[in-house]
Design a protein around this ligand. Structure first.
Ligand code: DOR
Ligand code: ZN
Length: 348
């Protein structure tokens, strides 16, 4: 096969940031995807409908003119805290400002200090979301420093998520960026109410790759990549055609200087080459026929939205991923697989 035409896909998990970084990274996501679920973990988190509406406006202002971007629609999310009010959630959702709400356990990752310390404080919020059919997006890791970093997702499933779905059996839940066989099995077992996004990078690297030839901060993200057995389980899940798995890149740009540091930030930047990376994985697994479902159909079905009208074309063609992308404030950001050759390219 030398050319693939797909219904235009969506990215169900994106960090677009703000200001100069937003201007630098947005065109990459907007060029490839119809819609994107925009994460709310800004320095000042997006906790209210008013903040979300303002952020949405800034995103649309930052969108360059041009036919290749005009289809793009940002879908906003609410950052949950211990203080989130069910009334605000209801208003944000019924006014179509919020498409979903995101739960970060406090201190689990970048800009999560205002996250949730006590999940029981959110019971009225979950009850309202369940009633309205509003999806809850979970960063599913425990934060207990006693729990090994590679076990934090599995322990979250066992101790937190299992309880949550018992209490709210109709709450729609997306477990974001799953990284383990345990998560794949759990989501499948609760498919009547659950789905999961899977990143391109977790399909490509395992935990040894973070240390290949020396420590490689550009392969560090949270949840951290796991053992090979888990990577293989993720590849099976996405390529199987199973509708409870869909595309969410978790593209998470940080300036190179914040990554290549004594305390480097978590986050892998894949907006530049997201579709090409996924396509390569599906080709390697002889499953190109299932790419469109994963990239363009399963997500809208779970969220209760229409699929996109347009299409994208990928052509079999070698190209080199740029080493860095300039940010207008003088910093730069490094794409995943920078300097390497990929063998599929999205046509402009
Ligand atoms: O690696 C990550 N980076 N994981 C997250 O959950 C957040 C993200 C970010 O915002 O940089
Ligand atoms: Zn994320």
């Amino acid at each position: 096969m030398t050319e693939i035409i797909l219904r235009r896909p969506d990215d169900w998990h994106v960090h677009l940031r703000d200001d100069a970084m937003l201007a630098a990274v947005l065109p990459f996501t907007a060029r490839q995807f119809g819609r994107a679920i925009v994460m709310p973990n800004l320095a000042e988190p997006v906790t209210t409908p008013a903040l979300a509406a303002d952020y949405r406006h800034r995103i649309l202002q930052a969108l360059p003119d041009g036919k290749e971007y005009e289809h793009f629609e940002p879908l906003m999310t609410c950052y949950l805290t211990d203080e989130t009010d069910a009334g605000q959630i209801e208003k944000g959702y019924t006014d179509s400002v919020f498409a979903a709400a995101k739960l970060y356990p406090a201190n689990v990752t970048t800009n999560s200090t205002n996250g949730v310390t006590d999940i029981t404080s959110l019971e009225p919020v979950f009850a309202k979301m369940q009633e309205m059919g509003m999806p809850l997006l979970l960063h599913g890791e425990v934060t207990d420093p006693e729990v090994d970093i590679f076990d934090r997702e599995a322990v979250y499933i066992e101790h937190v998520l299992s309880q949550l779905i018992k209490e709210f059996p109709q709450l729609k839940i997306v477990m974001e960026h799953v990284t383990t066989k345990d998560a794949v099995e759990f989501v499948r077992a609760h498919r009547d109410q659950m789905a999961a996004t899977i990143t391109a990078h977790h399909l490509i690297i395992n935990r040894s790759d973070i240390f290949e030839g020396g420590i490689t901060p550009h392969r560090y993200c949270l949840p951290i990549a796991k053992r090979e057995v888990h990577r293989l389980a993720l590849r099976e899940a996405v390529t199987s055609g199973d509708s409870c798995f869909f595309l969410g890149t978790d593209t998470a740009p940080h300036p190179v200087s914040d990554k290549e540091a004594a305390c480097g930030c978590a986050g892998i930047f894949t907006a530049v080459n997201a579709l090409e990376l996924y396509t390569q994985v599906f080709e390697e697994e002889n499953a190109l026929d299932n790419l469109e479902g994963f990239a363009a159909l399963h997500g809208p079905a779970f969220y209760g939205m229409d699929t996109n009208e347009g299409a994208v074309t990928l052509v079999k063609k070698d190209w080199r991923v740029p080493g860095t992308i300039a940010v207008p404030d003088g910093s730069s950001v490094r794409p995943f697989r920078a300097g390497r050759t990929l063998n599929w390219k999205m046509k402009d």
